[in-house]
Design a protein around this ligand. Sequence first.
Ligand code: SAH
Ligand code: SF4
Ligand code: F3S
Length: 461
Amino acid sequence: MTRPRKLYVKSFGCQMNVYDSYRMADMLAPEGFAETAHLADADFVILNTCHIREKAAEKVYSELGRVAALKAKAAREGRRLTIAVAGCVAQAEGEEIIRRAPAVDLVFGPQSYHRLPQLLARAEHEGAVVDTEFPAEDKFDLLKAPSQKAIRARGVSAFVTVQEGCDKFCTFCVVPYTRGTEVSRPVSKILAEIDRLADAGVREITLIGQNVNAYHGEGPDGTAWTLGRLLERVADLPGVARLRYTTSHPGDMDASLIAAHRDLPSLMPFLHLPVQSGSDHVLKRMNRRHTRAGYLETIARVRAAQSKMAFSSDFIVGFPGESEDDFRATLSLVDEVGYASAFSFKYSPRPGTPAAEASDQVPDDVKSERLYRLQGAIDRQQAAFNARCLGRIFDVLFEKPGRYPGQIVGRSPYVQPVQVMAPQTMIGGIAAVKVTEIASNSLFGAFADDGADAEPMLMEA
Ligand code: SAH
Ligand code: SF4
Ligand code: F3S
């Protein structure tokens, strides 16, 4: 029997890449590839890359330096190591990657990974291959389903891509170019995939898409279903205890989705709703298609439907033309909303996007100073939110062994990690936990007394 070849996949960037990396491993499993977590053991290395900011794209090249050295070492030992670059840098840079890193054998974009076995065979027999087409066929129809064993190894919380690509064209963003136009998967395919995951013990499903709430996939009745309607249907599937979705655009929070937060107990009361800026002038130049007031109104509507709601967001500081007053408008929006957590980034000009051409770029030292102030404000809000959790009881889904021996760690409804002393046999279970201690971003807790119901936290400020 031949030794199974070892596959090492490293994901950069967003949840879509995490999902895609699993699908690539699933495509290669029937070809005799077993996954390894150790780069040094690999026969085939795939870097699944992100192009969203310059730093993210540059990470790939430093990683490629390390992998190229391993390839040379393998060659000296008479072994072959094949290197592929997948994902959004592959889509954006194509052949340029092989020019900059000649050790790379294969470059393919997010729409080609269903062809991976054929691409790999070509790269091994014919030399370097680049495939960044947007093919006509639906890759989701051609992908291989994971084995039950693979699903179990990936844990009790799983991502399911329901929508891909984006038609919004925010002026700073590469996603519409790297992922293409917006496409939604049909409801029946999504339900079948989730059924399979739930059968193997998955308890929490996060529906994902670059613009997930623009979902408009074909329902069993032949009409286009909204995300709210899809969530309602998924909530009925046996075994699925918790539902989430990400990432949403503020302009696509429709009534059906807001009603889902009111009506579905398994839909977690947490919403990542990126706003980017609190200034209407900046939002307009970003082509965000929503105003500050519109965003705040959406938040208020979601809160009115579900009082337990907590929010997170993404922010960009130092977008071209952002003045100190614009930036203060962002700080005041943060104050007004009161986030449980948030991500913030310095604007990074991306080749091919309109904002990169603007003549009024903000100097880097100004961006750094604004980022520092914004992150300070966000950190204070996060600490305040966590502090309000002290003494509360809520349901925790246990995911894996914890930080210290004897501990397991799970997630609260608000995605905070919660560490509890408990046997590992409880992983995959959901239990009511009382929060007894807070340390930076982790909560520590103990099982609530028998019979105590997890009391939903009320998040009104
Ligand atoms: N589809 C999501 C976000 C996709 S990218 C949305 O519409 O919000 C994730 C985050 O990266 C964005 O929310 C934005 O805050 C950040 N980002 C995107 N392009 C960027 C750029 N050029 N510079 C800095 N941050 C950027
Ligand atoms: Fe990028 Fe804007 Fe689309 Fe989000 S909505 S993926 S930020 S273009
Ligand atoms: Fe990055 Fe592509 Fe996701 S650019 S954020 S990996 S869609």
